[in-house]
Ligand binder design. Structure first.
Ligand code: TXA
Ligand code: MG
Length: 333
């Protein structure tokens, strides 16, 4: 590792041990980290994000060997999924151990655990020799950051140090699988699909619906419909209707940004066009940075070509639907 990075890593460890916040890269999105065993450090995460205290945090670990330190009941399914996908974009919800403070779980009896697949995150976690509680390093309800610059722009002085590990390779948050109450259940889709999980477990995997609006205070903050939202209104439009929707919005005098996949670009005054990757993994990698750019450019309306219905697009479709739900443009969806 480069000398500059070694110095930053040493500083990050000092800060974490002193109960301060450190933002760090993972393969999914950047996390806002604190010592998971220190309740007052964890409280700083909620303050910096503006996040309600009953929204639980994921504890990041250096490896699956410490699963039993953080969970009092690790089912065989959890060990198999950890062996198959860690380090990687998978979070397991398990019964928590006595070591996990209430501040991390929002008082729930379960804890989210994950081993991220990023060299800098793994170096930090191994050297720290403890768990690092970290949500995505954005203000509550906003788009997750996929570069160090996004974190600085979003959280500024609220975070002591941002470790820069370059742009995130996956680009959307981890798949969350609940194993704390019997059969595995996907709470949040991600790059690891339900079929991948079922392939390891050899069973069907139940799934929550994307735009579901819980009546109870949410156990999973990402399950709130108005999540991952840009500030500009965003509307999902079927590919066949997109050109007409763009022309109609331009005719109303709106500054329109388009995120297209298959529709060919056309030029018009007041129109900004973004051609997104045709594959789901490439699309996910760029999605949040694209939304930030279009937001910053001040579009009055972001029209997004709806992704295909295939399973590979499920996580992207989920994030786009939430961004749309949060924007007030989508009373009909
Ligand atoms: O990819 C990721 O998961 C990123 C990186 C930084 O690891 N983290 C992330 O954290 O997305 P956050 O806090 O933004 O989203 C984690 C989600 C939240 O919706 C939270 O409610 C849910 O995980 N969660 C955490 N602990 C839980 C628990 N015990 N039961 C149910 N949901 C839980
Ligand atoms: Mg988040």
């Amino acid at each position: 590792m480069r000398v500059a990075q070694d110095t930053e890593l040493a500083l990050a460890l000092d800060l974490l041990r002193a109960g301060e916040l450190v933002a760090f890269p993972t393969e999914t999105v950047y996390g806002l980290g604190a010592d998971a065993s220190n309740p007052s450090a964890v409280a700083k995460i909620f303050a910096a994000k503006g996040r309600p205290a009953d929204h639980p945090l994921i504890v990041h670990l250096a490896g699956a060997d410490s699963l039993d330190d953080w969970s009092r009941e690790v089912p065989d399914e959890a060990r198999r999924l950890a062996a198959a996908f860690w380090p990687g974009p998978l979070t397991l919800i398990l019964k928590r151990s006595a070591r996990v403070p209430d501040a991390v779980t929002g008082g729930q009896d379960t804890v989210g655990l994950r081993v991220p697949d990023h060299p800098l995150a793994l170096a930090l976690l191994s050297a720290f020799e403890g768990g690092i509680a970290a949500p995505s390093a954005n203000r509550f309800g906003r788009i997750s950051p996929t570069t160090a610059a996004h974190v600085r722009a979003e959280l500024g002085a609220a975070v002591s140090l941002v470790l820069d590990g370059g742009p995130c390779a996956v680009g959307i948050e981890s798949t969350i699988v609940d194993l704390s109450r019997g059969a595995a259940r996907v709470l949040r889709p991600g790059a690891i699909g339900a079929a991948d999980i079922a392939g390891v477990l050899g069973t069907g995997t139940a799934q929550g619906s994307a735009c579901f609006q819980p009546a109870q205070p949410p156990r999973v903050s990402g399950a709130m419909a108005a999540h991952y939202a840009p500030s500009s209104p965003l509307r999902l439009v079927a590919a066949v209707d997109l050109a007409a929707a763009v022309r109609a919005a331009l005719a109303e005098g709106r500054d329109v940004a388009v995120i297209a996949r298959t529709l060919r670009a056309f030029a018009a005054a007041g129109l900004r066009w973004h051609a997104a990757p045709l594959d789901a993994a490439g699309y996910a990698r760029e999605l949040y940075a694209t939304l930030r750019l279009l937001d910053a450019a001040g579009a009055d309306l972001i029209l997004v070509e709806a992704p295909p219905p295939e399973a590979a697009w499920q996580a992207v479709a989920d994030r786009l639907q939430r961004a749309a739900c949060g924007s007030g443009e989508n009373d009909e969806t």
